[in-house]
Design a protein around this ligand. Structure first.
Ligand code: 13P
Ligand code: SF4
Length: 331
């Protein structure tokens, strides 16, 4: 079901109320034997109270390894489902059910089954931004970091159905031109809106800056084309997952970085690489789904054990298989 896009509320509490809310959340989490984990795009005050902050797969793995019995997942719905798939005995809570994902919503399990009927000999590969029901229909799951390893692990004579992100799919086609890859025309509204020209303007205004690009970006595949055509210098452009971008911000010696993804990640970059400058490629790149979760939602999730995420066992077991194949290939 396609979730309506929520409106991003300005901070729903005064700044001076934040420390008390965070203290209450920490206390409730300890009382309830809960761990709070948050995605790199969450509101800064939610990231700051979480026990662990990371990218979507890293969070699900952290959830699976947790000793606590309750996992409060401050991220979007498909991520909380992935945590439940990997940690079926834990209680997984999503503090706000409006936290959907426009990319995951571009394809249903029924549509995957129909596509597979049209291409019965193709192998189905899906990005982690999919529902558990869609993952259950896949042969392999992949991340932006290991997509090419997954493609290379599939026998060369087999065609591939790649879903749901068309920009990541275009990247795969470009990098593996000999493979027969059908691409689902899905996109994330936030990343599709980040424009290669806006990025070039930011680059012109910040000579010497390194450019960090998420592979879902509308600009990512166009950047790759323009680099391959020789009309864009590839020096200083890095395409990586959210966690990969944070690692690069920490490790590269540059003092200025242009960041082409959801702007919430800059809060974490500033903490991990203090003293460096981070310039968003597009200031409007905010994910309204990610920003639905507030400290009040998080507190109420702990108070009332809401909202519980469940995945039927038959779907869970098949989705787990696709995820495990991805993990075996070094994700
Ligand atoms: P990561 O898996 O890189 O954290 O990205 C998730 C996402 O939703 C990107 O928009
Ligand atoms: Fe989904 Fe895009 Fe939001 Fe990521 S940024 S959670 S892909 S809508």
């Amino acid at each position: 079901m396609i979730q309506p896009l929520p409106v991003i509320e300005p901070m729903p509490y005064p700044a001076d109320a934040i420390p008390a809310l965070q203290a209450e959340i920490r206390e409730l989490a300890a009382d309830r034997d809960a761990i709070v984990i948050a995605h790199n795009y969450q509101r800064p005050e939610v990231q700051d109270v979480a026990h662990f902050v990371g990218d979507s797969l890293g969070l699900s793995r952290r959830a699976a390894a947790a000793s606590e019995s309750i996992i409060v997942f401050c991220g979007v719905h498909f991520m909380a489902e992935t945590a439940k798939v990997l940690a079926p005995t834990k209680t997984v809570l999503l503090p706000n059910l409006a936290a959907g994902c426009s990319l995951a919503d571009t394809i249903t399990a029924e549509e995957v089954r129909g596509w597979r009927r049209d291409f019965p000999d193709h192998v189905a590969v899906g990005y982690v931004n999919t529902t558990a029901a869609v993952k259950a229909e896949l042969d392999y799951c992949c991340t932006s970091g290991n997509v090419l390893d997954v493609i290379d692990a599939i026998p060369a004579d087999r065609g591939i159905l790649f879903l749901p992100d068309m920009f990541l799919g275009a990247h795969v086609r470009r990098m593996r031109p000999d493979r027969d890859v059908e691409v689902w025309m899905g996109e994330c509204h936030v990343h599709a809106g980040i424009d290669v020209d806006a990025l070039q303007i930011a680059r012109d205004g910040n000579p010497g800056a390194e450019v960090l690009v998420h592979p879902e970006c509308g600009c990512a595949s166009r950047l790759l084309y323009r680099m391959a055509d020789g009309d864009l210098a590839p020096d200083g452009i890095h395409i990586a997952s959210t966690e990969g971008m944070i690692n690069l911000a920490r490790e590269l010696p540059a003092d200025t970085f242009i960041v082409a993804t959801e702007t919430g990640i800059i809060h974490r970059m500033q903490q991990e690489a203090p003293g460096k400058r981070f310039v968003p490629a597009d200031r409007r790149a905010e994910c309204a789904y990610m920003k639905t979760i507030t400290l009040i939602d998080l507190r109420d999730a702990l108070r009332h054990e809401q909202y519980m995420i469940d995945v039927p066992e038959e779907i869970r077991a098949r989705a787990q298989l696709a995820i495990e194949r991805m993990v075996a290939l070094g994700a």
